[in-house]
Design a protein around this ligand. Structure first.
Ligand code: SF4
Ligand code: SF4
Length: 344
């Protein structure tokens, strides 16, 4: 049967995961609060982190703003699958005598003084655990990039009281991230600092990625409130055209205005409930993740597709359509003042 560690790795592998790693309290020592396994359960000793790939065939049509729903559905199912694998593994280990807890893939936020859950800090960071345990490397973007699927993966984690054997980080010299910065160029929000790096120390191993500016930047764009790039030549799937401030401090006000407009727009097909939103959330971005495939030629092509496929507008029935930048501008200007205020 092999050691418990080997059994767990094989078990996780049999559910379609492509990479698995194990971190322990020792290998995570010195990390940020979101690497504290005891936040999940006081008796925690180890964590099993794994990745499953997103379906590549839906990514380019999503970037091209041709087909939003296929990728959104695949992404949601992948999130639910890793959450389910984590819960299943926890129950398996529990029956072997090791209390364990599955961690949800996404959308659980810590309650913090003064801001509640709005800080959007997770109970546990799958990213940090994944890089420390060799599931992937950090890319410049701060996303976890894997040798086979790039950043187009969804991560999951099961925390356990079992003392499992930790796995090593992947060799940094094999990290395919060459700082091409297509992730930076495909982000309308400016979340990544183009120059300054963030450093993190996990159990004596150092990792770095682009420092993140105000997280509200990503929430403003990835939350669907706006999506027009500052060049005005391309957009995300959001029909919003609100100005994206340079100043990090201006985002609170921008968000308040953006959310009011978002809640009054006609609903789209698809979407899902989100704990921090009144209306449904729709996948409209994720560009920094979706664009980053291991082969540089693929990244170039992904970026070309994203930036040459125009701008999204919303018709009165709620449907989205990609049109040329000029047509989008003319369409929005033709709306009456009240309707125009939903987008710009
Ligand atoms: S898009 Fe380029 S710079 Fe960004 S993480 Fe991927 S390889 Fe690194
Ligand atoms: S999800 Fe979109 S808005 Fe958020 S950091 Fe990535 S590219 Fe930028």
């Amino acid at each position: 049967m092999g050691s418990l560690t080997e059994q767990v790795k094989k078990m996780v592998g049999s559910y379609g995961t492509v990479r698995v790693g194990i971190a322990t309290r020792q290998t995570l020592e010195g990390g940020p609060p979101s690497t504290d396994l005891t936040f999940i359960m006081p008796e925690a000793r180890s964590a099993i982190t794994f990745a499953i790939p997103l379906n590549k065939k839906y990514i380019r049509p999503f970037l091209a703003k041709e087909d939003r729903l296929s990728h959104e559905g695949d992404n949601l199912r992948a999130n639910m699958l890793v959450t389910g694998i984590a819960a299943h593994l926890a129950k398996h280990l529990e029956q072997k005598g090791f209390p364990s807890q599955g961690v949800v893939a996404n959308e659980f936020y810590r309650e913090e003084p003064g801001i509640g859950r709005l800080g959007m800090h997770p109970d546990l960071s799958h990213r940090y655990l994944a890089v420390r345990s060799g599931v992937g490397w950090f890319g410049f973007s701060g996303n976890v990039i894997t040798p086979e699927y790039g950043a187009a993966v969804i991560l999951g984690t099961c925390v356990t009281s079992a003392e499992l054997e930790p796995t090593d980080p992947l060799p940094p010299e094999e990290n395919y991230c060459n700082r091409c910065k297509f992730c930076l160029a495909s982000c309308c929000s400016g979340l990544m600092d183009p120059v300054e790096d963030a450093q993190v120390n996990l159990g004596g191993e150092k990792f770095s990625y682009a420092k993140r500016r105000n997280y509200l930047r990503c929430e403003f764009v990835c939350g669907g409130m706006t999506g027009l790039h500052s060049s005005k030549k391309w957009s995300t799937w959001s029909p919003g055209r609100f100005f994206i401030p340079d100043d990090d401090h201006a985002f609170r006000e921008a968000m308040i205005k953006g959310i009011k407009a978002y809640d009054r727009r006609p609903p789209l097909e698809g979407g899902f409930p989100h704990i921090l939103m009144r209306s449904k959330l729709y996948l409209t971005c994720g560009n920094c993740q979706l664009i980053c495939w291991p082969d540089l030629e693929d990244r170039k092509e992904n970026f070309r597709i994203l930036t040459s496929s125009g701008v999204v507008i919303q018709r009165p029935d709620g449907s989205l359509e990609r049109v040329s930048p000029e047509k989008a501008e003319a369409y929005v200007m033709s709306l009456d003042e009240e309707k125009r205020a939903l987008y710009t």
